[in-house]
Design a protein around this ligand. Structure first.
Ligand code: MG
Length: 295
């Protein structure tokens, strides 16, 4: 099942998307208790088999505006730094990593940081160019995990039982601010710098350990990797985070980006206003956003 949050005639709703047919089925009236809140629906994910879309009602995809599946997360998005070997190497060697010495490529433990909820951006929407504060915007294609059942002290063995589904994120980063402030938060949290979507695919239809992840900038393939190459896999990330932090339904964990980001090039290839970023992950669709021509 692929779930979307969409806007039609000014109203925000949840629906089930059939990408092949280009159609959305709104949730059935019996599900109206969920309102427009994806997280409310996720809280009751054990009823996933019985969610119900109204099969008889079909809305053409082009009639709606898709929003990020979770447009306003209740809290920050958990993110993982340097979680693919080749990317860890390119990042450390780029000189933009204030937290590591050159040669200190692969972390011993997951590097966790967060992005503010105000970073979340809809599929197709422009990302602000932020040229007043940064001259070095970069893209990061990522697989994101959506937590279903919450918990603390979740073990690796139990981890997948706590996953509701998956979506795509683009962890757009201001490299100059990431370097300047040492801690990554400001460089990672500029407004609108987390495109997300287009849908959440439920965990039952995704093999999260074997997903092709690709990212194009203006049609040029820059990132091309597979989620099997994560340094710290999804169970390890869930175990690490939940050891002392309660994970809650709807929490988002962006699992890290593979090699091929702008700072992996010499000289670096930063994003410019008008650039189009397109990310595809198996089963999760295509997430495309442009860097706005103005701040
Ligand atoms: Mg990232």
């Amino acid at each position: 099942m692929k779930l979307v949050t969409y806007e039609l005639a000014g109203a925000v709703s949840l629906g089930v998307i059939d990408p092949q047919a280009g159609m959305i089925h709104p949730l059935s009236e019996s599900e109206s208790a969920y309102g427009n809140e994806m997280v409310s629906l996720i809280k009751r994910h054990t009823t996933l088999n019985t969610i119900l879309a109204t099969e008889a009602v079909r809305i053409a995809l082009e009639e709606v505006k898709l929003l990020a599946p979770i447009p306003c997360p209740a809290k920050n998005i958990f993110c993982v730094g340097k979680n693919y070997f080749e990317h860890a190497q390119e990042f450390t060697q780029s000189g933009f990593d204030a937290t590591s010495k050159r040669g200190d490529n692969v972390p011993d433990n997951p590097i966790i940081f967060t992005k503010a909820p105000t970073t979340v951006t809809a599929p197709g929407d422009d990302v602000p160019c932020h040229d007043a504060v940064s001259a070095q915007l970069d893209y990061e294609a990522e697989l994101a995990v959506i937590i279903g059942q919450g918990g603390r002290g979740i073990t690796k063995a139990e981890a997948y039982d706590h996953v509701f589904g998956y979506t795509i994120t683009n962890d757009v980063t201001a490299r100059d601010l990431q370097l300047k402030h040492r801690q990554w938060f400001i460089g990672k949290s500029l407004d609108g710098t987390c495109p997300m979507g287009p849908w959440i695919a439920s965990a039952d239809e995704i093999d999260a350990e074997n997903l092709s992840i690709r990212c194009w900038i203006n049609g040029e393939l820059r990132q091309n990797a597979n989620s099997r190459d994560l340094i710290f896999d999804i169970p390890t990330l869930i175990e690490t985070l939940s050891a002392g932090i309660r994970l809650e339904p709807g929490d988002i964990i962006s699992t890290g980006t593979p090699a091929g980001v702008g700072i992996g090039f010499d000289p670096p290839r930063f994003l410019a206003p008008g650039d189009v970023m397109k990310i595809e992950i198996d089963g999760l669709g295509t997430l495309e956003n442009r860097i706005a021509k103005t701040a």
